[in-house]
Design a protein around this ligand. Structure first.
Ligand code: SF4
Length: 242
């Protein structure tokens, strides 16, 4: 089913309205298919709904654009991505019916090095993520009431309780995780069925792909998030708040 985007609604919805909508959606969509979650989000939020992607693969962007062609896909271009990741971003921009928005941090990597010293990621990754990911995401999300991310329960303990619909109090946004109940096998099957662009690093042993300084390969059977910030007790960058 393809839905035409609604025109932008006049006036912002209140935080209370968004919270109630999220609660209603959460009750309605528990156990629903990913397509059904996306259809609900598009019907509720129209052009105030976007997708985010780190371009480990393009499954979510592909799935959402099959429901709503022209959807905005936000990519946080930290300046420290693998070239393979940027290749997937460019492939998606050229082959899928989406509008890819590459959002950059306030400071270039060089400016950050000058102000905070080189390799901040190796000394204070929370500070680095706050400047290169969290602030840009919050800036990027301003025009939207709801956003979808590709979080799945099977990605590790930090994501094991992900629900398809929730409300982020700190950002006052409705948060969608249409793939919450998908397994890696579901993802692989979708990629094969639809010939979806995939990051080449996945085949090289990177179960989760982030910035190159903070990502390593994982062993078969290892927690997929174990390859992120391997030198630190950190498994999330701060984008996905409770
Ligand atoms: S993942 Fe690493 S390099 Fe990227 S923003 Fe976070 S700390 Fe910085």
């Amino acid at each position: 089913m393809t839905i035409t985007l609604n025109p932008v609604l006049p006036g912002r919805r209140t935080v209370e309205d968004l919270r109630e909508t999220a609660e209603r959606g959460a009750a309605l969509l528990r156990g629903a298919s990913a397509h059904r979650v996306v259809e609900w989000a598009v019907a509720e939020f129209g052009e105030r709904f976007c997708v985010t992607s780190s371009f480990a693969d393009a499954v979510l962007a592909h799935l959402v654009s099959s429901v709503v062609p022209g959807v905005d896909v936000v990519f946080l271009d930290t300046g420290l991505h693998f070239s393979e990741t940027l290749r997937v971003r460019d492939q998606v921009a050229h082959t899928l019916p989406v509008r890819v928005l590459s959002i950059t941090p306030v400071r270039t990597v060089g400016q950050q090095d000058g102000e905070y010293g080189p390799r901040l990621f190796s000394r204070s990754p929370d500070e680095c993520c706050a400047m290169r990911k969290v602030e840009p995401l919050e800036r990027a999300l301003r025009p939207y009431d709801a956003w979808a991310a590709g979080l799945r329960r099977d990605e590790g303990p930090s994501r094991a309780r992900t629900e398809p619909v929730g409300f982020e109090e700190s950002r006052a946004k409705v948060k969608l995780a249409p793939l919450a109940y998908w397994t890696q096998a579901d993802v692989d099957a979708y990629i094969a069925r639809h010939d979806v662009p995939v990051n080449r690093l996945i085949d090289q042993g990177y179960a989760s792909v982030g910035c190159w300084p903070c990502t390593r390969r994982t062993a078969p059977g290892e927690d997929p998030r174990a390859g992120r910030w391997p030198m630190f007790d950190k498994v999330e960058c701060g984008l996905h708040t409770p």
